[in-house]
Ligand binder design. Structure first.
Ligand SMILES: C[S@@+](CC[C@H](N)C(=O)[O-])C[C@H]1O[C@@H](n2cnc3c(N)ncnc32)[C@H](O)[C@@H]1O
Length: 426
């Protein structure tokens, strides 16, 4: 049947045939786009998410049209496609890890503090679920076991426990800050394997008495407690031990203690301090305290960065983004130095340990260049010190926001200063 449409001679057959082909071409195109989207990494998902959701919305409209004007065949087909697109886009979105974390929390797999920390990271990192999972040895399955320790730590009357206000002198990355515990966990995910290998190499075994000074979070403390077993003991100290307190247990005690003050009594088989002395203005006195608390034959293991050995924070990437990353890192370091932090302490440690009369002194450096947690650590660090940098006139809010965006979309990959691990025996 012929009819006139805007002056053209049309047939119903031609009209519907052309419309059908137009829809088929659109479907082929959307299949190609969906195929391409499926291979986009999480890191770059944010930039393609609008395309995915637009595709989902147009298919959802198709579902409506199909059920309203066509018949069951195209209705079912378009419904299945739309549902798959929606699930795919949602799984890549930032909401997905949050939802999974929430489900884990509601099902009692881990307690509130983990949820809060995980959500803090999820804010920055769509692919954070895997990173968070790596926080707890044994993965998510063991979070339930850790729930007990968290609750227990809340009940313990621990000197310097939750809620106590500490004097933290010039230390800028305060444990009381909102992102501090997450940042400590991220530090652990970067450095724990290296640290543990060195502590094991010192012969750490059942029955040892250990002192973890400037413990920060509970990870190393818990690990030491497992290694020394019920016949050993671990003392964890920190200016502000609110996070280390989560490790309190039968063979673990936690104290608020300034490492520059008189050391705890008793004589230790192993004393370990990581990323602590570099922040302490009276670091040589602190080192003397640590060495003085060893029992004869006991090991001291000290780990501190040496940022001056590697002043760059970013080796690769577009010029502008790389320069911004390096400039901000230099500003952060000058703020650390202004607050009494040391930028070239790691290299001095072997000489200082020998000077304290320790024997069998050895040292190694660790410098992760690509690691999934480095970007998270960088963002958390600016979250924690950004306001201070702006207040000191060392950076602007816009520069920090731009850098955090650059890191989020993978334009630049930040790296750490080398960590110098030094050991010596009394
Ligand atoms: C960068 S964090 C490192 C934490 C942990 N050692 C690690 O490697 O994950 C530094 C820690 O040292 C603690 N700290 C800073 N100055 C201290 C001092 N004078 N005495 C004891 N702890 C101190 C801080 O409270 C913080 O927990």
């Amino acid at each position: 049947m012929h009819f006139n449409f805007n002056g053209a001679d049309c047939t119903w057959y031609g009209f519907w045939f052309a419309f059908g082909l137009t829809a088929s071409v659109f479907l082929l195109f959307s299949a190609a786009v969906s195929w391409t989207l499926a291979s986009v990494t999480r890191e770059h998902w944010a930039s393609v998410a609008p395309i995915a959701w637009a595709l989902f919305a147009s298919h959802a409209f198709h579902v409506f049209l199909s059920w309203r004007y066509f018949f069951a065949g195209p209705g079912v087909f378009s419904t299945v496609i739309t549902a798959l697109l929606g699930v795919g886009a949602f799984r890549e979105s930032r909401a997905w890890p949050r939802l999974r974390l929430l489900a884990d929390y509601l099902s009692g797999r881990f307690p509130l503090p983990y949820l809060q920390r995980a959500l803090t990271i999820a804010k920055f990192e769509p692919g954070v679920y895997e990173v968070v999972e790596s926080f707890v040895p044994g993965g998510l399955a063991s979070w339930r076991a850790h729930a007990g320790a968290w609750r227990q730590s809340g009940r313990h009357a621990c000197p310097g426990g939750r809620g106590l206000v500490m004097s933290e002198s010039g230390y800028i990355l305060k444990n009381a800050d909102a992102v501090a515990s997450t940042r400590l966990d991220v530090l652990a995910s970067i450095f724990d394997p290296w640290t543990r290998a060195h502590l094991d190499a010192r012969g750490l075994s059942a029955g040892w008495r250990c002192w973890e000074a400037g413990a920060g979070g509970p990870n190393t403390v818990r690990w030491l407690a497992e290694r020394v077993g019920p016949t050993g003991h671990v003392l964890a100290t920190d200016l502000d031990p609110r996070w280390a307190a989560a490790a309190i247990g039968a063979n673990v005690s936690v104290l608020a203690h300034d490492v520059t003050e008189a050391p705890p009594e008793g004589g230790f088989d192993l004393i370990h301090a990581r990323l602590v002395l570099t922040h302490v203005p009276e670091r040589e006195r602190a080192l003397r305290n640590l060495a003085g608390a060893l029992r004869p034959g006991g090991w001291l293991v000290v780990e501190d960065p040496d940022p001056d050995l590697l002043p760059l924070s970013c080796l690769d990437g577009p010029d502008e983004a790389r320069e911004l990353a390096n400039r901000l890192r230099a500003s952060f370091r000058s703020m650390l130095a202004a607050r009494g932090g040391a930028l070239a302490f790691g290299r001095r440690l072997p000489g200082l340990l020998s000077g304290l009369g320790l024997a069998d002194v050895g040292a190694e450096a660790y410098c992760p260049v690509v690691h999934p947690s480095l970007a998270v650590l960088d963002r958390l660090t600016y979250e924690q010190v950004g306001k201070g940098l702006v207040a000191a006139g060392l950076a602007t809010e816009a520069e920090i926001a731009e850098h955090v965006d650059n890191v989020s979309c993978g334009l630049v990959t930040p790296l750490m200063a080398p960590l110098i691990t030094v050991w010596g025996r009394k």
